[in-house]
Write a protein that binds this ligand. Structure first.
Ligand code: ARG
Length: 464
């Protein structure tokens, strides 16, 4: 048999010539999948323990594997491990080092296993841990969101539809909308975790293995809820990763909407808030500028995560069963999604604490644009006018006030009564911002009392 530079490779015997340097680089994944190393070792240790319990691996070999892996783990953690592109990926790098350290026992580790079920297991173990961390970070973000909402449970601001002044709301109520969105995001991630948490090992290359393995044993050791029940599916599908990325894209989308609002609110044209300097930068040319860079980047990075979702869906769509090398391309988008989401949530929790609310500006804005016009219509309905007629009467009153350049509440009673003689002097309480807010006093409404109750429920849920 010909000796080539492939002789260092695991499958060297089959090949007549080495791959070119470019192909080697093109096909290798170790530069990025070394990130899975700790999970790869965890999986290998559980597999080895199972092989031993099943009588496939001797106790001496198992002990040697454990010793060798402990040393390798130390080296990796200390940054001493010599990763080699020649060994293609994280799995082969670790296995080769193990064999260098302990000899034949290292070569026995791969019995009844393939890199196909190995990598699927590693990604699931890694992603499960990341999901747990992200859930924690969403909780942290929500706590700082709730703190800001509580401090502004009765801060009036104009609520908008079509970005036109619609009705008064409290700033606290507005923020609580993002609590709801991110709560659903957390529920989606938690639900997706259930499908991540299944063990592929035992599927081997694609068909299972002729060794008398015990998959439940490995699942238990690794904290999986159960095993993937079809070997072909176990090694080939990455739907759990796609689902995770979809959930991540939704978190980013929600934070992107909030970012858009922060940017708008911080614009001097609006002037509702200020964002702490540590999240902003200046301009290299315009000395007066303070730009909301962080929210802008969150909005920008949302495109990147949404792109990863499209990338993963496209990666999967034409793959025949079972494993194909295409799947190696799942890692970088997945890693980047997790990194982007983790950093975004971490920064955001702190940014919420760095927001100064300009209550006067919010209030003044709510006083413009006839925000309480609906309240006047509702008042007339309560006095017996059909809603459509009330709507028309108020529209005429608004036109009149607009012509005079004043608010509805600034019109004298006699003038208001030109539009409906059902209007009495109890109307002025109804037309105030506070009266309008307080009247929306039901679950989900903007009344300060309801906002405080919603915050209390949210806090109870977060600490449960
Ligand atoms: N690096 C590969 C991946 O990430 C590991 C599995 C390779 N299996 C194979 N038969 N080439 O998917």
């Amino acid at each position: 048999m010909q000796e080539t530079s492939q002789s260092g490779k695991t499958w060297s015997g089959r090949f007549n010539e080495p791959v070119t340097e470019l192909v080697k680089r093109y096909t290798a994944s170790v530069t990025f999948d070394k990130r899975l190393a700790e999970y790869d070792i965890q999986g290998s240790l559980a597999h080895a323990a199972m092989l031993n319990a099943a009588g496939i691996l001797s106790a001496a070999d198992l002990a040697a594997i454990r010793d060798g892996m402990a040393k390798i783990l130390d080296d990796i953690r200390a940054g001493r491990f010599a990763w080699s592109v020649d060994l293609e990926d994280v799995h082969m790098n670790i296995e080769r080092r193990l064999t260098d350290l302990i000899g034949d026992a290292g070569k026995r580790l791969h019995t009844g296993r393939s890199r196909n079920d190995q990598v699927a297991t590693d990604v699931r173990l890694w992603l499960r841990a990341e999901v747990d961390n992200l859930l924690h970070l969403i909780g942290e973000f929500q706590i700082s969101l709730l703190d800001l909402a509580e401090a502004n449970a009765d801060t009036v601001m104009p609520g908008f539809t079509h970005l036109q002044v619609a009705q008064p709301v409290t700033f606290g109520h507005h923020l609580l909308a993002y609590y709801e969105m991110t709560s659903r995001d957390a529920a989606r991630l938690a639900d997706c975790r259930k499908r991540i948490n299944r063990l592929p090992l035992g599927a081997a290359a694609l068909a299972g293995t002729s060794f008398p393995i015990d998959r439940e044993f490995v699942a238990l050791q690794l904290g999986f809820d159960g095993v993937c029940e079809n070997s072909l599916d176990a090694v080939s599908d990455r739907d759990f990763a796609i689902e995770f990325t979809a959930a991540a894209a939704l978190v980013m989308t929600h934070l992107s909407r909030l970012s858009e609002e922060l940017i708008l609110w911080m614009s001097p044209r609006v002037g509702f808030i200020d964002i702490a300097d540590r999240f902003c930068t200046g301009s290299s040319i315009m000395p007066q500028k303070k730009n909301p860079d962080v929210p802008e980047l969150v909005r920008g990075k949302t495109g990147r995560v949404t792109g990863h979702l499209m990338g993963l869906l496209t990666l999967m769509k034409a793959q025949p069963l079972a494993y194909n090398k295409d799947n190696q391309e799942d890692k970088e988008p997945l890693f980047d999604t997790v990194d982007t989401l983790r950093d975004t949530l971490t920064i955001y929790a702190d940014m919420m604490r760095g927001i100064t609310v300009k209550k006067e500006a919010m209030r003044n804005a709510a006083l413009q644009g006839f925000a309480t016009a609906t309240d006047l219509a509702d008042y007339l309905v309560k006095k017996g006018l059909p809603f459509r007629d009330a709507h028309e009467a108020v529209a005429l009153a608004v036109r009149h006030a607009d012509g005079k350049g004043c608010d509805l509440a600034d019109l004298p009673l006699a003038e208001l009564r030109q539009f409906s003689d059902l209007i009495g002097d109890d109307i002025f309480q109804v037309l105030t911002l506070e009266g309008s807010l307080a009247s929306r006093n039901h679950v989900g409404g903007t009344a300060p009392e309801q906002v405080r109750a919603a915050i209390a429920r949210a806090r109870a849920r977060l600490s449960a």
